[in-house]
Ligand binder design. Structure first.
Ligand code: NDP
Length: 598
């Protein structure tokens, strides 16, 4: 579906504004309920029983907080550099991070496996599908853990409560809610942006007497079935409701639609749902691509295509690169003298309008009931919210069991003992599933449960009170021997977060190796180097997506003015590809400019 569609742009823009305005609210992030106290059962781990163990009081060389992709890739690279004494501390019962928790039916990666799954070449794993399903990704995480010996020293079901720099000893002290108190020369943190589930602040939410759970703690004991795809037979006589229609809901609704006696999908804002086009991997084809260095080539090619680069070919060829291809084609069509920032912005917007129009047409073509199809159309630019791709989601609304309950941007009105009320209509339910997402934009100390206490007892939250300050998004002045693994103030590549993480992991391992080889106890960034990095970042174009013109969501702080600190939530001015090249040169020079080793 790539035919040209005639678009009345002023009319479309007016519709986008109208739909956004309908959803703007004054409480922003505060509309959500934090899961704690009497709600904390929603956080319990349904997958792995907690095994009692003795508290740790020893010393290790490197401790990494978080056992998701960030911890695994950093741990693996440290091991490759010969640093054997690595401990990963993880609140879940195994490695995987988001893939440990998210086992809802249909969970799969949204970015092609070949670039999304880290360390494929190192582990020799061939993803079985273009978009691998969650059990395969979780197994891959375990394989990485086993292959690189990361299980030996790992602490699972363990939450850090305090991290403090021990001035005299030149190392960190780590305390946990499980009673551990040990020291570590270096620490890393990969606590991820989307790991604390949240509930919608709907009146009466506590009164529901049926069964309920959050999608990141799927209760297969209740639904039947399994993450591997066994049908949820225990839902065959159940009326099921699901609140939320983001990326998670899009993936699990088709499975619920097949299993439940009745399914009600409560929608506040529709997702844009484009073609998925998943396919099993042909091993013969994979052999042809899997030559030495293949994954790095694919990663770089995807980033070049996706993040505004000038790649000559598109290896991944999917919905993510499609929009970029369209934008590039429009820009290339501009006469050389007319490539002004304004003209380039218009090219970007026009490509997006066209793409979204096709996605809306797709809903119309697939969904049989005209009113339902109309309500499933997304009226915003594609990157205003997380783009979704699925070949069974829209189709699910053609099943007699399934009803879309659109709330016209208002959300569910109230929850009562036996169901949900929308626009005055009562929907009796046996089971209510919250696909209501994860905390974003709340203070990081609240999300992680700890603050870093650096040199002189200065807390990270204090150092960052006017906004994040780092070198490369990794090193923070006053917090020696500490490394943060995340995309901001680096590549800022949101379409393939693992690429950011693998490059950080590689860099950190080289810095640590350098420190150890040269007998340095500490390494840290100078104030000047941190400031120079921030100054450089602020010369860039700033935040493109997450714009306040967008419909509210976690990409744009729920539509609220983000506050002055947000101006630091930017990436390298020349873009992701240029950043990765810069970082490679920086680490391979062996100079580690801006860092001070003592
Ligand atoms: P989201 O935050 O994207 O979605 C939450 C949903 O809950 C939204 O549809 C929101 O509506 C809705 N909602 C909130 N309050 C109410 C209310 N009162 N009444 C009705 N609806 C309400 O969470 P997800 O878990 O879907 O996704 C989070 C992120 O996790 C994704 O954006 C993505 O980054 C990641 N993810 C990645 C996947 C992958 O890579 N395979 C798969 C799934 C998730 P509204 O839009 O109006 O706010």
């Amino acid at each position: 579906m790539n035919q040209h569609v005639a678009i009345d742009i002023p009319k479309l823009k007016a519709r986008y504004r109208e739909e956004r305005d309908k959803r703007l609210r004054t409480d922003g992030n505060n509309q959500y309920i934090r899961i704690e106290g009497h709600l904390s059962h929603y956080l319990e781990d349904p997958y792995t029983p907690v095994t009692p163990r003795d508290p740790k009081t020893d010393h290790v060389t490197f401790t990494f907080i978080g056992g998701g992709f960030a911890g695994l890739v950093t741990g693996a690279r440290l091991k490759e550099q010969g640093i054997s004494d690595v401990r990963i501390v993880e609140k879940g019962g195994d490695f995987g991070g988001t893939w440990y928790w998210n086992r809802y039916p249909g969970a799969q990666c949204d970015t092609a496996s070949f670039v999304y799954m880290p360390l494929l070449e190192e582990t020799g794993h061939m993803p079985t599908e273009k978009y691998a399903h969650a059990p395969e990704i979780r197994a891959h995480c375990s394989n990485i853990g086993r292959q690189f010996g990361l299980y030996e020293n790992a602490l699972f079901h363990t939450q850090v409560s305090k991290l403090s720099w021990l001035e005299g000893s030149g190392c960190w002290q780590i305390e946990t809610q499980q009673g551990d108190c040990f020291t570590s020369q270096f620490i890393g943190m990969g606590t991820g942006p989307l790991h604390v589930p949240k509930l919608p602040g709907i009146p009466g939410i506590e009164s529901f007497k049926g069964h309920s759970f959050h999608t990141s703690r799927w209760d297969y004991g209740y639904t039947g079935g399994s993450p591997e795809g066994a049908p949820m037979t225990q839902l065959s006589d159940k009326r099921v409701g699901i609140i939320g229609t983001g990326a998670t809901s899009v993936q699990c609704v088709p499975h619920l639609a097949r299993a439940a006696k009745q399914l009600f999908v409560f929608q506040r804002t529709p997702s844009s749902v484009d073609v998925r086009d998943n396919a099993p991997t042909d091993p013969q084809w994979f052999e042809t691509i899997a030559t030495p260095g293949w994954q790095q080539r694919w990663l770089e090619n995807f980033t070049e295509n996706q993040a505004g680069g000038t790649a000559k070919e598109d290896l991944v060829q999917d919905g993510w690169t499609d929009l970029s291809r369209r934008i590039r084609a429009r820009i290339a069509a501009l006469p050389a003298g007319e490539r002004t920032p304004q003209a380039m912005w218009s090219a970007w917007e026009d490509a997006d309008f066209e793409k979204m129009e096709e996605i809306r047409q797709r809903a119309e073509e697939i969904v049989e009931d005209k009113a339902t199809a109309e309500n499933l159309k997304a009226w915003y630019r594609q990157l205003c919210k997380r783009p979704c791709f699925h070949d069974e989601y829209l189709q699910a609304f053609n099943q007699p069991s399934t009803r879309l309950v659109d709330t016209d941007g208002k959300g569910v009105e109230k929850i009562v003992e036996d169901g949900v009320v929308v626009n005055g209509e009562h929907f009796p339910l046996d089971c209510l599933i919250y696909a209501s997402g994860f905390e974003v934009g709340t203070p990081h100390t609240e999300r992680t449960g700890f603050d870093l206490e650096g040199v002189g007892g200065v807390r990270l939250s204090e150092h960052w009170k006017d906004g994040m300050r780092t070198l490369h998004g990794t090193h923070v002045h006053g917090f020696p021997n500490a490394f943060i693994v995340q995309p901001t103030q680096g590549a800022n590549l949101i379409s393939n977060v693992p690429h950011n993480l693998t490059e950080s992991g590689r860099t950190i391992a080289m810095v640590v190796k350098h420190a150890l080889d040269h007998g340095h106890q500490t390494v840290g960034v100078s104030q000047e180097a941190e400031q120079a990095w921030i100054d450089l970042l602020l010369t860039g174009p700033g935040r493109m997506i997450g714009s306040q013109e967008c419909t509210p969501g976690y990409y744009n702080n729920e539509g609220q003015e983000p506050g002055p600190a947000a101006r630091f939530s930017v990436g390298y001015p020349q873009g992701a590809s240029a950043y990765f090249k810069y970082l490679k040169d920086w680490r391979e020079s062996g100079e580690f400019e801006g860092l001070k080793f003592d």
